[in-house]
Design a protein around this ligand. Sequence first.
Ligand code: HEC
Length: 153
Amino acid sequence: MTVHTPIATRSRGVPGWALGLTVFILLVGGVYLAGNLAGENPSIVAGPSPSGSAGPNVEQLARQAMDRAQCAACHGQDLTGGIGPDLHGIAEGPKSENLEQLAADHPDEWIALWIDGTGPEVEGINRMGMPAFGESLSPEEIQAVVDYLLTLQ
Ligand code: HEC
């Protein structure tokens, strides 16, 4: 009489130790991958670094406007003066006596008003040959020019 080993008693499927090893490898791999993403590629999380302040843009806009308007033709290449006054240090007030009253009446706006030259505030002030730029420069350009001039020591 032959003795059959019942099929049901044979061990089936993946042995327990292999399952354990697989779980262990997946865990180690997962931790390694997560560490990689977090540690080696921080830029994915942080994104591009924010670029500088508005300063250089204002200066660029001001320089372009002043090139176009040819301020340097009268105020000198480095704006230290020519036919027109030196524009360095006008944060302290106008060089020209002619503009003192305007500056007293509009301490924060006199430079923009003067460069614009078309407003009622400057009506009647002798421009001494300086053109009014209110038609050829935009208010943003004039403001950029003023912001730039105020940085000149
Ligand atoms: C055609 C010559 C000429 C051009 C071009 C010119 N200016 Fe003038 N600017 C003058 C003269 C002259 C004065 C002096 C006016 C006065 O005494 O009232 C002056 C005065 C000024 C003042 C006042 C200075 C102070 O302290 O008294 C500022 C600011 C100024 N100009 C800015 C500019 C800017 C900015 C530009 C270009 C957008 C420009 N100017 C273009 C001739 C010029």
